[in-house]
Design a protein. Structure first.
Length: 267
């Protein structure tokens, strides 16, 4: 793992120098946290080994969002990833309100939770480096769903070109949802299943909203839209090693607990 103190000199030419936080380094974010009341959607995005994917992702957000000034990007990058410096540069040159977390390689699900911990938005979107936003004004469409739900206990997703209405692979919940549970996504899974968890809980509450008019394309090898890169190979190896399929089944009581907590907040 490289010396994290190198970040301070590495990024001196960008918006601000990185700063320490609980053993991690953060780049960006100080100004937009002072403007938190203006934030609507936080895009929470772990990434590894895919700087060009991030370039494509950021460009798609900028070209399709109706109000990019009300979005924030929170990314988690592994410090042992040789491309993390390049990825960070792409991110901080993108959306105005961007924070990059540099930290050790941890359980995949927990990366999203680390992003959630420093986010400001009232809506939290499970972003990834292998998606592309295709539909103009997708942010307003998502925001309207939450505005129409007084208690804001809701999971909203569009179609991804792979699962579409069967499963929301990249969707959004409210900050109220995440704060009630104590996490954005369940922290157990080294790969996969966090999206299924959100869908199952929302379905049990009758609170999953599918927006077929919103296309957020999942550029996945299973759909023939990406190569099977090292990040995917690592993911598959972790899944086999940790038997995440069985782990998901074993955690059914916790999903039921999540549903009961959220049900108590519904009006």
């Amino acid at each position: 793992m490289p010396d994290l103190s190198e970040l301070a000199s590495k990024y001196a030419k960008y918006r601000q120098r990185p700063r320490r936080r609980f053993g991690e380094w953060l780049l960006g974010g100080a100004q937009h946290r002072r403007e938190a009341r203006q934030m609507v959607i936080s895009l929470l995005c772990p990434s590894r080994g895919r700087p060009e994917n991030l370039r494509r992702l950021v460009a798609s957000i900028e070209h399709t969002a109706s109000r990019s000034d009300q979005l924030e990007m929170i990314a988690y990058l592994d410090t042992d990833d040789p491309s993390c410096w390049e990825s960070a540069q792409i991110l901080v040159k993108g959306l105005k309100r961007t924070t990059v977390i540099f930290g050790p390689r941890i359980v995949m699900a927990e990366c999203w939770n680390r992003c959630f911990a420093i986010s400001s938005g009232s809506i939290l979107f499970q972003c990834a480096d292998d998606i592309v936003f295709r539909t103009p004004d997708w942010d307003e469409a998502i925001e309207r769903q939450f505005d129409d739900c007084p208690d804001r206990i809701l999971f909203v997703h569009g179609r991804d070109g792979l699962q579409d209405g069967r499963l929301g692979t990249h969707g959004a919940v409210s900050r109220r949802w995440a704060e009630a549970l104590g996490y954005f996504v369940p922290p157990y899974f080294s790969c996969d299943w966090t999206d299924t968890w959100l869908n199952e809980v929302a379905d049990s509450l009758g609170r999953r909203r599918y927006l077929p008019e919103i296309f957020i394309e999942h550029m996945h090898p299973a759909a023939g839209k990406a190569e099977m890169d090292q990040t995917h190979l690592d993911r598959m190896a972790r899944g086999a090693r940790d038997n995440v399929n069985q782990l998901y089944k074993d955690k059914l009581p916790e999903r039921q607990r999540d549903a009961e907590i959220l049900r108590a907040l519904m009006s």
